[in-house]
Design a protein around this ligand. Structure first.
Ligand code: NAD
Length: 474
């Protein structure tokens, strides 16, 4: 199988060329690497029809067999991680090791989710009646993924949806469709036809999915702005929805940390994947007593980090993934410059091709500045000073977002107290971004609706059904 050409959608287990096609660029050099199929409305109808046709048999397949199917997906991803990672770097921009992490992370997710079970709860058991509540699949799931982690975030949806007995129509981002298309090709014959369909297209395709009468649930990961549109569109047919949206995570760094030790960890909390992570640290609040030494340590570490084409040996941070996001990050840098904020490192624009932005750290900008209030989703970090704990917790919570946050201190009791006061779906203490397939992950406030991972996430792909049995003897 070729991994760098012949990109086709997977509909009903078959290769389907698009009605037309669109260009996919390498963000490191802005060159066209391939054309991806552009799904027409009629082709989406075919994908939904294929998923609906596959649903009765798949939902009736014993869960043990569905577990095996998830393990087969995991095995297929792992066995093809090498060529898939190269393709992912070419379209996404991230370094090869990180691209491998996305593929193998997807495999790990499928494997771990396969161990979950759908519980049955006996709600009544008397001489007169027996009542049981169980969880049944919803039907066809429309899964919509973003461009920052195309494979693992798709598998966050595909694994629980399939385990619960649903069939899926998956749509990757038009910025990163290629690796997902190849995963679809690899899985033809691994899964029964129609169980997992993969479609790619432009800006119309997402809204067609969220409004499609043949789709029963939408699971969406992307920006808060698009999440609102998804919710609105899904309302017309009262689809079930799971929304994993944007964030503006705060890190709170207490004065008792070992500055040299945490500087490197804090750097990666903010800059991994070129800052394009929903749960990246996007605001770093540092206690005034260690502000100066930590600032110096962060800048010194930042100077050692290599930004470059992810396909090149030694590159640790790749480019911004697409032009739109690149322009948005440059706009935030421009705003900071125009307002006269101090840049500790970075901030300059590169004239070379590719969407490269250097590691940029801004020194204590005002709390109401755009770089503090908005989700930058790029390698630009505001470093902020605090003195009073109540004040910094209030600042951390003063955002419409509520995805994640972190606390850094040697005092575990104090950390637990601070964590309990942060209004976010996840809080990390002395680390960041650790996710587990067996822990519920989701956003508070406008960072999302519902969760992924764990039993809670699995149940989002089910309807509950209670069956009462009136006993004959009663
Ligand atoms: P985006 O919202 O632009 O796009 C996400 C997906 O939605 C893409 O596949 C896109 O084609 C599709 N889409 C666009 N408009 C649509 C519409 N009207 N209806 C249906 N689908 C539509 O997001 P992005 O720029 O790809 O990703 C970055 C954002 O995603 C950031 O805000 C980030 O924080 C967030 N994100 C959240 C999580 C999480 O788990 N909470 C994880 C990763 C990224």
């Amino acid at each position: 199988m070729k991994f760098d050409s012949d990109f086709t959608m997977t509909i009903g287990g078959k290769a389907v060329a698009g009605a037309s096609s669109f260009e996919v660029l390498n963000p490191a050099n802005e060159k066209v690497i391939a054309r991806a199929p552009d799904c027409s409305r009629a082709q989406l109808d075919e994908a939904v029809a294929a998923a609906r046709a596959a649903f009765p048999a798949w939902s009736a397949t014993p869960i043990e067999k569905r577990r095996e199917a998830l393990l087969a997906i995991a095995g297929t991803l792992a066995a093809n991680a090498e060529p898939l990672k190269r393709l992912l770097t070419a379209e996404q921009g991230k370094p090869h090791d990180d691209a491998a992490g996305d593929i193998l992370g997807g495999a790990y997710w499928c494997q771990a989710i396969s161990s979950l079970d759908l519980p049955v709860t006996v709600v009544e058991d008397t001489a007169e009646r027996r009542g049981e509540t169980r969880h049944v699949p919803i039907g066809v799931v429309g899964a919509i993924a973003p461009w920052n982690f195309p494979i693992v975030l798709a598998m966050f949806k595909v694994a629980p949806a399939l385990l619960a007995g649903n069939t899926v129509v998956l749509k990757p981002s038009p910025f990163t469709p290629l690796t997902t298309l190849k995963v679809g090709e690899l899985l033809r014959g691994v899964l029964p036809d129609g169980v997992l369909n993969i479609v790619t297209g432009g800006d119309d395709l997402g809204p067609w999915i969220t409004s499609h009468p043949g789709i029963d649930k939408v699971s969406f990961t992307g920006s808060t702005q698009t999440g609102r549109k998804v919710m609105q569109s899904a309302a017309a047919t009262l689809k079930r929805i799971t929304l994993e949206l944007g964030g503006n995570d705060a890190a709170i760094v207490m004065p008792d940390v070992d500055v040299e030790k945490v500087a490197e960890q804090l750097f990666w909390a903010a800059f991994k994947n070129t800052g394009q992570i929903c749960i990246a640290t996007k605001r770093m609040y540092v206690h005034k007593d260690i502000y100066e030494p930590l600032k110096a340590a962060l800048v010194a570490y930042a100077k050692t980090v290599k930004v470059g084409d992810g396909a090149e040996q030694g590159a640790q941070l790749g480019p911004i993934q697409n032009r739109l996001q690149y322009q948005r990050v440059l706009e935030l840098i421009e705003d900071a410059r125009a307002k006269g904020y101090k840049f500790l490192i970075g901030g300059e624009k590169s004239e070379a091709p590719g969407y490269f932005v250097p590691v940029t750290i801004i020194d204590n900008p005002p709390e109401d500045s755009r770089i503090v209030q908005e989700e930058q989703f790029g390698p630009v970090l505001p470093l902020l000073k605090f003195d009073d704990l109540d004040d910094v917790i209030a600042r951390a919570n003063a955002t419409p977002y509520g995805l994640g946050g972190s606390v850094w201190t040697a005092d575990e009791d104090k950390a637990a107290e601070i964590a309990s006061r942060l209004a976010t779906g996840t809080v990390w203490i002395n680390e960041s971004q650790h996710l587990s397939p067996l822990a519920a992950f989701g956003g508070h406030k406008q960072s999302g609706l519902g969760v992924e991972g764990a039993l809670e996430g699995l149940l989002e792909y089910t309807n509950t059904q209670t069956i009462f049995l009136k006993k004959a003897a009663a």
